[in-house]
Ligand binder design. Structure first.
Ligand code: NFS
Length: 625
């Protein structure tokens, strides 16, 4: 049994794990222990339940029994099929989120919602123009209407390629074309993945994996990118600002509402409702001094980037946030929300509120939110939370730690503006070796790892090597709590990063948003490659998802690799039961797409591996290593 100190590097987490233990509340770590050891076949990816001739297990012992499933599928086929569906699940998550934003914009255009609007008209016009919409002498509403059509089209079957492929360097597009990897439509690739992995279809593992990559590319360069760009258009493009992070952002004397999930569509409305004078008065009448909004997981990243709303925690902090006893309501939309939060809420006065018909939780209070009723429902939800304050048991409240400051808001627009309008100064700093390379550290927490040990360890190790770090998703909180998201963080970096970031007054680790905002990093790579007239795979850049766990994170990893970005994972996906698939992922893809996965669980070793890649790419560009 692991000690509390072995579960997380953070004091706020440890304090709440101890409190949960003392109060008899089960958490993710308890359940992991109950589930360990896991099924070996499942870990290797060699179980199949895609038909009822099975379920089947393929033995990893060569030559023995059970080398094939009942249909005849061998380990390669079963692993590839399972991995393909895993990727499809992730791509579906990000992309359906993106589609929800198209629906909001459509409602704005049609006049069906007055709760939302277009906060960044300039960006709307720019993106529409980029995607071929006529923007001359037309109203914002007309342009937005056409943009809605173009983006809905990206989900269908009528295109040869998704619209934002215009952002992909020519050389990369040729590689995809030659391999049959060009993403045509988001829903099309996902549906085709389900078809191919139906019993009796795609029974050639590499062929399945090529389509898995196409599905992931549809996520990165369409579904996620649409999510990012429309969120900016509707809620504003992020620019640098300060906020705070960790469980200390909860306030003892205020109504605390935590928004959790992924989409800004609901959380922005909760925030707006919480600022209504009538609700503030209501909170005061009930003895609270105000209404405090904090965020969890990616919807937190969305509100943090655009509105500076503090971040209470990442994935493994979600259950623990309720254990503080100080949370009146957790309001969720979808994705990464542990169902156990309903039970834990039930141990306190906390209201657990769902808002999406796509993600209902038995035992939760449900408010069906649509663009047409969003603000009204948000007002009802905040009212409910305010009224719950009276039920808070002060004797059970424990808010650990004091919040740490963080800087946020580094959209590509903000980065380019800081650089004077072009990526040239960044390229020059890279050429001179002050910034030797750039690594995006993204993704999750996983209770199999000591929480954030890898996320923080890798970031620090890279900074020492003068490698600039970009973060999104749950790594944001980790970097923030470690003091890396403030300009003073340059003290932990090598001399080059210290000099460049110091001169610009920016942190050595830049927060670029939520997980769909990894599309910002893709776009940035495209910009850098075009400026140097090379392919993305020629750049001294890399990616990492050290503590990843979700299907979405796997899809991100695969679209990064397929885009030419070497990607480190702290542990492998469930593919090791197939030598063919494992070899392809960790070596073969290098020959095909110019990048591969590397697996390493030690952060220093991982930094060495990524440094090696960056060094090789620098040499390739004729730059000193
Ligand atoms: Ni990303 Fe965001 Fe966090 Fe992982 Fe989940 S919140 S979309 S999947 S756990 S980073």
């Amino acid at each position: 049994k692991r000690t509390v100190e072995e579960l997380s590097i953070w004091e706020d987490a440890r304090a709440m794990i101890r409190k949960a233990q003392a109060e008899g509340i089960e958490t993710v770590w308890d359940r992991l222990e109950q589930q360990t050891p896991h099924c070996r076949f499942c870990e290797l990816g060699t179980t199949c339940s895609n038909c009822t001739m099975g379920p089947c297990r393929i033995s990893s012992k060569k030559g023995g029994k059970m080398q094939r499933g009942v249909c005849g599928a061998d380990a390669d086929v079963v692993v590839a099929r399972n991995f393909g569906r895993f990727i499809a699940g992730g791509a579906a998550g990000h992309s359906d989120h993106g589609r929800d934003l198209i629906e909001v914009l459509e409602c704005v255009v049609e006049g069906d919602s007055s709760d939302y609007g277009i906060r960044d008209e300039a960006k709307l016009v720019r993106i529409a123009g980029e995607l071929g919409v006529d923007t001359d002498d037309r109203s914002v509403r007309e342009i937005a209407g056409d943009l809605v059509e173009v983006l809905y089209g990206d989900f269908g079957s009528r295109r040869r390629e998704v619209a934002f492929l215009s952002r992909v360097p020519e050389k990369r597009r040729e590689i995809w074309q030659a391999l049959g990897m060009t993403p045509r439509g988001v829903d099309r690739e996902i549906a085709e993945m389900m078809h191919r992995t139906h019993i009796g279809c795609d029974n050639d593992a590499p062929n399945t994996l090529i389509h898995a990559a196409r599905t992931a590319l549809a996520d990165g360069w369409a579904g996620s990118m649409i999510g990012t760009e429309l969120s900016d258009i509707i809620f504003g493009t992020p620019s640098p600002s300060y906020s705070t992070a960790n469980l200390g952002v909860l306030k003892k004397d205020q109504v605390n509402i935590l928004v959790h999930g992924h989409n800004p569509v609901v959380s922005e409305m909760i925030l707006a409702a919480a600022r209504m004078p009538e609700l503030l008065d209501r909170a005061r009448e009930r003895g609270a001094s105000g209404i405090n909004i904090g965020g969890l997981c990616c919807t937190s990243n969305e509100l943090l980037m655009r509105q500076g709303i503090p971040m209470a925690g990442n994935h493994l902090m979600t259950e623990l946030s309720i254990v503080t006893g100080a949370v009146e309501a957790v309001v969720v939309d979808y994705q990464c929300i542990m169902p156990s939060m309903v039970q834990i809420s039930g141990c306190y006065h906390t209201r657990f509120i769902t808002t999406s018909g796509k993600a209902r939780f038995t035992g939760a209070t449900h408010f069906d939110i649509h663009p047409e009723n969003a603000f009204e429902k948000a007002r009802e939800i905040v009212t409910l939370a305010v009224d719950a304050f009276a039920e808070r048991d002060a004797s059970r409240v424990e808010i650990p730690d004091t919040p740490v400051p963080i800087m946020t808001g580094f959209s590509n627009e903000a980065i380019l503006e800081a650089l004077g309008g072009t990526p040239e100064p960044l390229i020059e700093a890279m050429r001179q070796g002050k910034i030797r390379g750039v690594v995006g550290i993204v993704g999750c927490n996983n209770p199999k790892f000591k929480q954030d040990s890898m996320n923080v360890g890798l970031a620090k190790a890279l900074l020492k090597k003068d490698i600039l770090v970009l973060v999104t998703g749950c790594v944001t909180t980790a970097a923030g709590k470690a003091g890396l998201l403030v300009p003073e963080g340059i003290e932990m970096a090598g001399p080059g990063v210290r000099e460049v970031c110091g001169a610009l007054g920016i942190p050595p680790v830049l927060h670029m948003g939520s997980c769909v905002d990894n599309s910002r990093i893709l776009q940035l790579c495209g910009l850098l490659a075009d400026a140097l007239d090379v392919d993305i795979s020629d750049l001294p850049v890399a990616a990492s998802a050290p503590e990843w766990y979700s299907e979405k994170a796997a899809a991100i990893g695969l679209y990064a690799v397929a885009s030419g970005i070497e990607t480190h994972l702290g542990h492998p996906p469930n593919i090791l039961g197939s030598e063919t698939v494992t070899h392809l992922a960790t070596e073969g893809l290098e020959d095909l797409v110019g990048a591969r996965f590397v697996i390493e669980k030690n952060p220093e070793e991982a930094a060495e591996l990524l440094d090696k890649r960056i060094t090789a790419k620098r040499t390739g560009l004729g730059w000193k290593p």
